[in-house]
Ligand binder design. Structure first.
Ligand SMILES: [Zn+2]
Length: 113
């Protein structure tokens, strides 16, 4: 795919932030949407796959309400943690700071899993 990017990150179709390191099947660490190719054209469809049972439209609404793509009762919803709170603070800043996100990713990769 050939998609717009910023500072080496592709834009997440769910939260809209430049958070995807590749443009195919990467997971956005902010909203946790896995980029499976779903876009505006088929946003209301629920695809079988990593984002089920959420359509892109539902995931976007969940993100606005809760800071991640999952419904309130979904067990895959991420727990609160200091690292996650840091990430949500980055996500709320305008403009989004990809340099700070890159540092957060590296911290997450070393301790957050
Ligand atoms: Zn996202």
């Amino acid at each position: 795919m050939n998609r717009p990017s910023q500072d080496g990150f592709f834009f997440c179709p769910c939260c809209g932030l430049p958070t995807l390191e590749t443009d195919w099947f990467d997971t956005c660490m902010v909203c946790l949407w896995e980029d499976d190719g779903q876009s505006v054209a088929d946003a209301d469809q629920v695809n079988l796959g990593p984002n089920a049972p959420c359509s892109l439209t539902a995931a976007r609404a969940n993100y606005v309400e809760r800071g991640h793509m999952y419904a309130a009762d979904d067990r895959k919803a991420p727990p609160r943690s200091p690292l996650r709170d840091q990430l949500l603070a980055l996500a709320a800043a305008h403009p989004f700071d990809t340099g700070a996100y890159r540092i957060w990713l590296s911290d997450w990769q070393s301790v957050g899993r």
